[in-house]
Design a protein around this ligand. Sequence first.
Ligand SMILES: *Cc1c(COP(=O)(O)O)cnc(C)c1O
Length: 378
Amino acid sequence: MTLVDHARSLPLGGAETGKPELSVDLTAVAANTRHFRRLIDGELMAVVKADGFGHGATQVARTALVNGATRLGVTSLAEALALRAAGIRAPVLSWLNPVATDWRQAVAAEVEVAVPSLQHLTALPAGTAVHLHLDCGLARDGAEPAVWPAPCAAAAQAQHLRVVGVMGHLSSADVPADPVNAVQRERFDWGVQVARAAGLQPQHLHLAATAGTLNDPLSHHTMSRIGAGLFGIDPLNRLRPALTLTAPLVSVRQVGAGTGVGYGHGWVAPEATVLGLIALGYADGLPRAASGQAQVLVGGRRRALVGRISMDMAVIDLGPGSSARPGDLVTVFGPGEQGEPTVAEWASWAGTIEHEVVTGLGTRPVRRVRSAGPGRQR
Ligand SMILES: *Cc1c(COP(=O)(O)O)cnc(C)c1O
């Protein structure tokens, strides 16, 4: 029996490889991209930072670009250069880099950069394409309004630079009723006016990310920067999650009432039951904080993870009399269509947000990709 034959003889999903498996459904990314494409009149920038929110930056970028995105956004210049190294030629913006970055690499690779300060602007070599970044009210990245006129004036004087955009970001777009949204929108409008009054003619005006784009058409301007939404992270549940994490049961055992499970005996069996082990732990991205609450799907039924999630493994209470066997498939999370937990449930069990779960997945699970095919424009 060859290895391939052996793999085929095993049951579904993760059990095909006999290993934990993370499958990425690019058809979901494609559908989500088209959803945003229909929602906005301006350009769509696909944000593929943090390895495409854990989904694979290059494959997500390609999928988004053939489904209506026209540009890509990342945090560091290194992330932008990795897209170029993979052969992606679409416009790319990198928005968070120290002053001492080797900006010549950005020019050479035709990567546009965001400028949050006069110091950054002064460090840029000839030919850099710039998006001036205004802090609209997060006190985080971008120039605060009090100093904003300085980089605008300097950029207008700098014949060797091209200012192609003005960008901002919203702190609270996920809470549409929050009055701070209007304040921040007005701050952005003011920032654009200041830039224009300085003599700049920025082509791209962009403020909204996923939440602003979904909740507030007034925030759209000429472009939306969409990250989370591409991956189905959407409080309204209209988008499709793209990740499924599965693992085969490594072992199964009967235990008696009173058996303590895992470090510190974080759970003690109240009655005789059957326990199953999977080789996934917090090093693979199962949040330890979800211990005591998390569930998985085994044989079509929700089962509790019991005891503390450890670095490399977690234990499932399969229930008294369970007939589960080593090799049976466990679904840790997925889109939820078969009754399996979703990433959103994992996030709530861990007291965090979906973004942290999907970007925290480790490198050990085998990656499997469902391709989106050739794509469809608009
Ligand atoms: C991450 C990020 C985005 C994308 O935000 P989502 O809410 O994930 O769509 C957009 N703009 C900036 C500046 C970001 O850091």
